[in-house]
Design a protein. Structure first.
Length: 142
């Protein structure tokens, strides 16, 4: 165990590529939590920042603070959603979009035409601004 921790100090884990074994090697992360991290990553389409690890269900803040310096994130290959062609069912599956926002996006798009920029999303009614900020890195405007 000491050898694993020494290795972690010298090399950060890329959270968009790490498997369960890499996460389990982190202090305070067991197999269930490692699986939750990977499932959350898959639902998101990848992490765009290390801070998103904090959102994984069951991850205590004290553990997050221990592992944060051991993590890095390359957001270059996150999976994006084409906002102007995606169906409600595709949109609602994303953790940052959900059903209400998916309905609002599709309704707005059908009434006003395609979205051309992140600024267009701010015109949606009854949509939380923080949720919009979190989802923008996952949106493609074509």
């Amino acid at each position: 165990m000491i050898e694993i921790q020494d290795n972690l100090k010298n090399k950060k884990i890329e959270i968009n590529k790490a498997d369960t074994t890499a996460f389990i090697a982190l202090p305070g992360i067991g197999s269930k939590l490692a699986v939750r991290i990977i499932l959350f990553r898959e639902k998101l389409g990848g992490f765009y920042t290390v801070e998103q690890i904090r959102e994984v269900y069951g991850l205590q803040d004290s553990v997050y603070r221990k592992i944060y310096p051991l993590l890095k994130c390359d957001p270059g290959k996150i999976r994006k959603i084409e906002i102007n062609t995606a169906e409600k069912e595709t949109l609602k599956v994303h953790p940052y979009i959900r059903w209400n926002m998916a309905n609002a996006l599709v309704a707005y798009r059908s009434q006003h035409g395609p979205f051309s920029s992140p600024g267009d999303l701010s015109r949606l009614e009854n949509v939380d601004e923080d949720a919009l900020k979190k989802m923008i890195p996952y949106i493609l405007f074509k």
